[in-house]
Design a protein around this ligand. Structure first.
Ligand code: ZN
Length: 140
């Protein structure tokens, strides 16, 4: 079977915005007609990330605070001094979380935990338009 690439465009509202992509990914899998395999997502950009999370308001607040403890947004970062933007923490969070995600599907449906949603996390210091490439890889 042929891999199908789907291009998702996502508008984010700013730092730590978490955008649920689950329905769009599920629809891409359904539309591919594939029964069993893996769907791979890749986010373009070095200041955003893909992951899964439970979309619960308290948890999202905790998640943002935890990122700030892991890599404080303000600090003496070389990225700002060497002519980059003042968003070193954004880049580091992005690299730690990663730009891609692979999710299996069976019977044409995503295999996810009950509260597990597929999300793009905006990590830059301002709202952005993001692109995600999604490829459905059916098992041969
Ligand atoms: Zn930068």
């Amino acid at each position: 079977m042929v891999s199908k690439t789907v291009r998702l465009e996502v508008s984010t509202r700013g730092p730590k915005d978490v955008v649920d992509l689950t329905a769009q990914v599920a629809e891409a899998v359904r539309a591919s007609g594939a029964n069993e395999g893996m769907v791979h997502l890749f986010a373009l950009g070095s200041t955003c990330a893909l992951t899964t999370i439970e979309l619960e308001a308290g948890l999202l607040e905790d998640f943002g605070k935890a990122l700030d403890r892991l890599v404080p947004p303000r600090g003496n970062y070389a990225h700002a001094l060497s002519g980059g933007d003042d968003n070193a923490a954004s880049h580091i969070w992005s690299s730690v979380m990663g730009p891609s995600l692979a999710v299996p599907f069976e019977d044409g449906r995503l295999v996810l935990g009950t509260w597990q949603q597929i999300v793009l996390v905006e990590l830059d210091v301002r709202p952005r338009r993001r692109e995600v490439r999604l490829q459905v890889h059916p098992l041969a």
